[in-house]
Design a protein around this ligand. Structure first.
Ligand SMILES: [Zn+2]
Length: 279
């Protein structure tokens, strides 16, 4: 599932959209248009020009002139890419937006959990309105996060996945960040010291920035706005590496379930919470 780095790579690789007018919109999978009919969605877009591409958490924001904003969330298998209008349609293509240049912006989504919203028309998702701070901006302060975590008894892994605490982290980068910070994923969030939280936020920033530098992680589905995969999978230290040896200590990476999610960690580099507490 695309997380912050992958959405950021999609944003960057869609930059040829900037300055282009949307000429026609064709929707064959209307359920990916949220809170609006396909016809109303098309009417909002046609004739407008793309003048900004931004990202907030895992949402892509397409800014238009005359003023309107389209939100896109890729969820599990959504992909946005630019294509020649004459290129064969991929399976699961649900939306095609014809551009002034003659190209098309195409949205494919095998599982159809992703979708489009037009801000101010229909309903903007709750998950967008309640997003926490951006981890790669200056808005994320250890003191603030520590205070929020002090009221949570659940595992730190679950807290990292909560988009209201920090925007943009999903299962891959939660596991990778916890490994980088040498924190056990089951550690109760409220037991972390402010220094632990500071170390964790540094790890989150380094993990996400490095993933962006490596063009995002392609495990099975992610492709950028040009249809190219990411190169970050080879950089992963724990995610998907259960049974393989830890680069830090030579021990064996394990996979457990926390908060209903497969969770990968090194039992010796990431000490269990009980041992940490008596130190
Ligand atoms: Zn290790």
């Amino acid at each position: 599932m695309p997380e912050l780095p992958e959405v950021e790579i999609v944003r960057r690789t869609l930059s040829p959209l900037l300055g282009q007018r949307m000429m026609a919109v064709s929707v064959s999978g209307p359920d990916v248009i949220r809170g609006l009919s396909a016809e109303a969605f098309a009417a909002q877009l046609v004739g407008r020009q793309v003048d900004s591409l931004e990202r907030r958490g895992k949402y892509l924001l397409i800014g238009l002139t005359p003023k309107a904003t389209v939100l896109v969330h890729l969820r599990m298998t959504g992909r946005l890419r630019l294509a020649d209008a004459t290129a064969p349609l991929e399976r699961h293509t649900h939306v095609r937006i014809a551009l002034e240049s003659g190209g098309e912006l195409r949205y494919t989504d095998q599982r159809r959990f992703g979708g489009f919203w037009v801000v101010g028309e229909g309903t903007v998702p709750d998950g967008f309105r309640t997003l926490g701070p951006e981890p790669l901006s200056g808005d994320l302060a250890a003191g603030h996060v520590h205070q929020k975590l002090s009221r949570r008894s659940g595992p730190i892994k679950a807290a990292l996945l909560d988009q209201r605490l920090i925007a943009g982290i999903g299962n891959i980068y939660a596991d990778e960040s916890l490994f980088r910070a040498r924190l056990h994923p089951a550690t109760p969030a409220h037991t972390l010291s402010e220094a632990d939280v500071g170390r964790l936020l540094t790890a989150v920033r380094q993990t996400l920035a490095s993933a962006i530098d490596h063009h995002g992680t392609t495990i099975s589905d992610f492709l950028d706005g040009r249809g190219e995969p990411g190169l970050n999978a080879q950089q992963l230290k724990v995610y998907g590496r259960q049974g393989l040896s830890c680069e830090g200590c030579g021990g064996v990476i394990e996979k457990i379930r926390i908060a209903g999610r497969g969770t990968h960690y090194c039992p010796s580099c990431q000490q269990p919470p009980r041992i940490r507490k008596v130190r």
